[in-house]
Design a protein around this ligand. Sequence first.
Ligand code: ZN
Length: 391
Amino acid sequence: MQSVPEEWREGRDEREGGGAGGGGEGMHAKNGEMLVKRRVDSEEMNGGWKKKNGVEEVEVSEKESLMMELTRMVQKMVKESSWWERRGIDCSILAAAFFCLPPAFLLLASSQLLWFLAGMLLMGVAHAVLTIKGTHLASHGALSESQAWAKLWAVFFIEICGSFSARAGVQGHIKMHHAHTNVIGLGDSSVWKVPFLPRSVYLFIAPLAVPIITPLVALAHLKGNSLAHVVRTVLMITLGLYSQYWLLINVSGFNSPLGALLCMLICRNMFSVPYIHVNIFQHIGLPMFSPTGRPKRIYQMTHGVLNLPRNPVLDWVFGHSLINCHVEHHLFPFLSDYMCLKVKPVVSKYLTERKLPYQEDSYFSRLSVFFHKYQELMVFAPAITELVGVQ
Ligand SMILES: [Zn+2]
């Protein structure tokens, strides 16, 4: 992979994960020249694609050129950006969250209610930044240029901080959700559906079980993995949970184990409700595609992804790629949160000028849609959309 610039690494991930339909596209560097390659799983031979060793190097057809043109514009912006913009800002936010943990443990030792609550808030926010923004960026390998470090960060953020399996996280998020966004049976977000729960319970109460369910789901995902992998994941998840518990008892001075566990549950739950909301708001209810009739990537992502408006809290805790730049993130999943924000004006202008959708809606408007159309969106099977005329 040496010849592939790290900035474009996600293209590799998508091709690796793009098991069906050959939807993944990515940029490869070869002798300083950018070539578009596309994996071929079927006998599909259209628009000037030319088969070579299972990978097609193409003379770009009219229909492919939109994504290519936009990719070139974004690539140029990435190349002109400093390391600080490409990775530094987001790494600093994550480091700041981590360094908020010691004062949070100390504040939790206070007998003054106000200081104690401040400690709780600080720990809850820091934990959410690490487990939502951190795990997301780490799963994309967006925190480091080196693949070895990227793997290490994935284990740190996803397993130690997030109590989940790094392998299952990357598989579910990168290789299914991103590679097959809104494709029925593959990346259709149905993993978030719990149809037997009433809407109020699903939207406002069930999310509070996320910190308990997450490690249990991680354990279920370990089935079939090597013993070494199972042992590592169990150890890392235990390390994350036990270190917080130990510090609450020994640094914050909690007298009872139950009190420490309750504090952990409250801190880890501070953003569980918006976490579930954001995960369903940005895809469910938008066009869904069949695995055999999926549109080209640019149509798939512009029709199947929605941006929420900027929000000072969610921007920091979730990151731009999950909130106000989700469309940009799905088009260019290797970009860091800050880079998504930087390319947003270019992407939105380009899509609008080409009469492609650039979907945006407010958090509360989406909440209202999900509340009032809960059966249709979260219980019944979604309808398949065929984008006639753009295939
Ligand atoms: Zn992502």
